[in-house]
Design a protein around this ligand. Structure first.
Ligand SMILES: Nc1ncnc2c1ncn2[C@@H]1O[C@H](COP(=O)(O)OP(=O)(O)OP(=O)(O)O)[C@@H](O)[C@H]1O
Length: 350
């Protein structure tokens, strides 16, 4: 397995820039998620790494070897990169074994033990080897696609939204099996997704792309707790964003005087809380009063939509037991500190 280094990569189509000066380092053996909204350039970046397209400027190095840029373009088939597309892309006329062994040298293709080991690696029963792709569930097909990508022991594995066509329960189970297989194989992996929960739960580091630029590269906890700006904050999770006046290191807001996660100059600011930081008490309790507007019940937890008398609206995320009802009055407490963004929050804090 190898590291991946993308340096100053730019790509335009018909004069429209799609990627602008992207720098990204993926260490050997880890999972990096490329996360961003539709059209931000995730797939384009993955295609440049795979060798399906070339950057206008910049370089792509795999394991220290330049495969694109600086006057070179190593053909895709010689990059030793495994690719798992959105819907698996299995060959429908080949069996599971035929698909898994497709990328192996001819003399290794008949090695049933090798195919069985790869199927086991992705959590599939080797007895499925003789089946045709259409005789498998969508999740099983994605695991076979991963086994096929891992078969030739690639330097790097690229996954392009591999779970997006699966329904919610299958997605969770397949995600776990794929994460386990990648860890067991020690594969250096780049996962493209627009699903923040997927990125945060599967990756060692998350690269957030916006408008063709890399805006933040961080481990999942840092990204969630210290997003670079409010756009990233709201993209990677639910947010409570309040106007505030910072004085002496504390924020005066509609939810009271809040401690701050980091220093912030005195003056107007916006502060970020996550909905799970809010606690609700009886109307006679301490803290500002709010009215429950609605409760979205998910079983294990719930989103409680609240409104202050001033009209400021926000949501709390609470465990599923003992929930208030719509129309009730409550008081709101805050657990932990708020993250401040000076001014309107659009600028990147130092
Ligand atoms: N070959 C191409 N020719 C012209 N425009 C292209 C080409 N490939 C991509 N684009 C444009 O580049 C932009 C980024 O596309 P890309 O597929 O990389 O985004 P994405 O982040 O992967 O989006 P999604 O999550 O919807 O797949 C889009 O506006 C797309 O229309």
């Amino acid at each position: 397995m190898s590291s991946l280094t993308v340096t100053g990569v730019t790509r335009s189509y018909g004069g429209t820039p799609v990627l602008t000066g992207v720098d990204l380092h993926v260490p050997e053996g880890g999972v990096t998620a490329l996360l961003g909204p539709s059209g931000c350039g995730k797939t384009t970046l993955l295609r440049l790494v795979a060798g399906f397209d070339d950057p206008d400027t910049g370089t792509v190095e795999v394991g220290g070897r330049t495969v694109a840029g600086a006057g070179r373009s190593v053909p895709a088939r010689r990059r030793r990169i495994g690719f798992v597309p959105q819907e698996g892309g299995l060959f429908p006329h080949l069996s599971v074994a035929g698909n898994v062994s497709f990328g192996l040298p001819r003399r290794q293709r008949r090695d049933a033990g090798r195919v069985a080991a790869l199927l086991e690696l992705v959590g599939l029963d080797p007895a499925l080897a003789g089946r045709a792709p259409h005789q498998l569930s969508g999740g099983q097909q994605q695991r076979v696609a991963l086994a096929r990508a891992l078969a030739p022991a690639p330097s790097l594995v690229l996954l392009d939204e591999p779970f997006s066509s699966l329904d919610a329960s299958l997605r969770e189970e397949t995600r776990q099996a794929v994460a386990d297989a990648l860890a067991a194989a020690g594969a250096t992996t780049v996962l493209v997704t627009h699903d923040q929960a997927e990125a945060l739960s599967m990756a060692d580091q998350v690269a957030v792309l916006r408008g063709g630029r890399l805006v933040q590269l961080a481990d999942p906890r840092t990204l969630y707790r210290s997003p670079r700006d409010l756009d990233v904050a709201t993209f990677v999770g639910e947010s409570v964003v309040l106007d505030a006046d910072v004085r002496g290191g504390r924020a005066h807001s509609a939810l009271g005087v809040l401690d701050l996660e980091r220093s912030c100059p005195d003056g107007p600011a916006r502060v970020l809380l996550r909905p799970e930081q809010l606690r609700l008490g009886p109307p006679s309790g301490a803290g500002p009063r709010a009215r429950v507007r609605a409760v979205d019940f998910y079983g294990h937890d719930a989103r409680v939509r609240l409104e202050l008398p001033s009209g400021v609206a926000f949501s709390a995320r609470l465990e599923g037991w003992d929930l208030p009802a719509a129309g009730e009055d409550v008081t709101v407490g805050v657990l932990g500190a708020a993250l401040p963004f000076p001014g309107d929050g659009a600028r990147v804090p130092a």
